[in-house]
Design a protein around this ligand. Structure first.
Ligand SMILES: [Zn+2]
Length: 441
């Protein structure tokens, strides 16, 4: 997959970045949605107040737990709606101005919020000072291990990408250790750039094209890299909290957090070399009992079809994966091929258009099973699929429309493009900071 960024400075050896494995607050979604009794609250909890709370884990219902939860509510409110005055924050989360001022002062002291100066001339009393999430301080470091590239970025608490590095490199069949040594040199480069701007890394999240264990650092199986039971924490000896997750999961989270159109329930389908899917239900990932849900690429489309790297036959990936489409289009595999497919299809190349039409039909057939089973509000096409959507959609929607039992399912195209997994990874770290600001102070 082509990336617009290019090269990197070579890092020196395997670095001492050091990682301890910590599941980010978002990713501990088995705990999300629960909240302690609001027995310490002065007023009834309204649905509006519950919303920020639902993003964080269960905390003991003590004064300390209440304080941490309220710090998170202030952070989420300012991040989502800022700049805001203290009074506006108080009104949005239903606490007194005095209580909010105490929380805000703590968040300013720890560098997570900043004051932008007087908001406007005061009508009565002191002018309200607009609060914003700090553009300095903690940053999420996101990384992506692709079959033909490595990428790293730093995202600040406002959600802006502040540093980025990409290296085109063939990782298929390479052992984890050299791949991670390369990745860590990019991570170091991005952290150095971010630190020059007053940022400090709050954690590292890595998107991989494979199944990740619930421990969030072991890649159980990545067929397109040929990795098995690889504990990435072993090769990333750093002090940074580490989370590893499937690229499709991070892509879906990016859509949920950053997308324009995603509803709270959707099936996100994306493609790099493989095809991945992730189901978001009520704003949370559905991971399955072992964390392996979403392997749409290995749903059989034709049981007697070509052999697949997974050991099965006729999987969706064998019809709609990048290499299968290139083969059908008569093009060699390699980096940047999706752009070539899009250019040729746009220019009217009938062989390429036919290959994409067939891929769309295969996607439609595989998605029929998922849609009939799960009834998502929408199917979102992300990654390379979004770029090829004009030529995939007619046959995809045709198959889906003919086969699904319900009245219909919207198929929408993501505007995030191929950066979804990388941005989703970085934002997962940022969300963890917003979920528990006291944890990074
Ligand atoms: Zn397969």
């Amino acid at each position: 997959m082509g990336r617009d960024g290019t090269e990197e400075r070579a890092g020196a050896g395997v670095p001492s970045l050091g990682v301890r494995s910590v599941r980010s607050a978002e990713l501990s979604d088995d705990r999300r949605g629960r909240r302690p009794d609001a027995s310490g609250s002065r007023r009834p909890v309204t649905p509006r107040e519950r919303e920020p709370d639902s993003r964080q884990g269960h905390l003991p219902d003590t004064q300390q737990g209440m304080r941490r939860r309220n710090l998170s509510r202030v952070m989420h409110t300012v991040a989502a709606h800022g700049p805001l005055s203290r009074a506006a924050v108080a009104s949005r989360i239903g606490l007194t101005r005095a209580a909010v001022s105490t929380l805000v002062d703590e968040l300013i002291r720890t560098g997570l919020l900043e004051e932008l100066g007087p908001e406007r001339p005061a009508r009565v009393g002191r002018p309200g000072s607009a609060l914003a999430v700090s553009a300095r301080g903690p940053a999420g470091i996101g990384a992506e291990v692709g079959v033909d590239h490595l990428a790293v970025c730093a995202v600040d608490l406002r959600g802006a990408v502040r540093a980025r590095a990409v290296r085109q490199v063939g990782n298929r069949g390479r052992a984890p250790e050299p791949v991670l040594a390369d990745l860590v040199s990019l991570v170091r480069q991005v952290i150095e750039e971010a630190e020059l701007e007053g940022l400090r890394p709050a954690g590292l999240a890595i998107a991989v094209p494979g199944l990740v264990a619930r421990d969030t650092h072991t890649v159980v199986r990545a067929p397109n890299l040929d990795w098995h039971d690889a504990d990435l924490g072993t090769w990333l000896p750093t002090e940074l909290p580490l989370t590893v997750d499937n690229e499709a999961n991070f892509g879906a989270l990016a859509e949920l957090w950053l997308g324009d159109t995603a509803p709270a329930d959707f099936l996100h389908v994306s493609a790099e070399i493989g095809i991945g899917a992730a189901l978001v239900v009520d704003g949370r990932l559905l991971r399955g009992s072992r964390g392996f849900a979403g392997e749409l690429g290995h749903v059989p489309v034709w049981p007697e079809g070509p052999e697949c790297a997974c050991g099965g036959r006729g999987c969706l990936e064998q019809y709609a994966g990048e290499e299968a489409v290139l083969r059908a289009a008569g093009l060699p595999p390699g980096a940047g091929r999706v752009a070539v497919l899009a250019e040729r299809a746009a220019a009217g190349d009938e062989r390429v258009r036919a290959a994409l039409r067939d891929a769309g039909a295969a996607l439609g057939i595989a998605l029929t099973g998922a849609v009939n089973l799960l009834d998502p509000r929408a199917v979102v096409l992300g990654g390379a699929l979004s770029r090829l959507a004009p030529w995939l959609l007619p046959s995809l929607e045709g198959e889906l429309g003919r086969r699904i039992t319900g009245p219909g399912c919207d198929v929408v195209v993501s505007g995030i493009g191929s950066d979804g997994p990388l941005l989703g990874a970085a934002h997962a770290v940022v969300r963890a900071v917003l979920d528990d600001p006291a944890g990074v102070a």
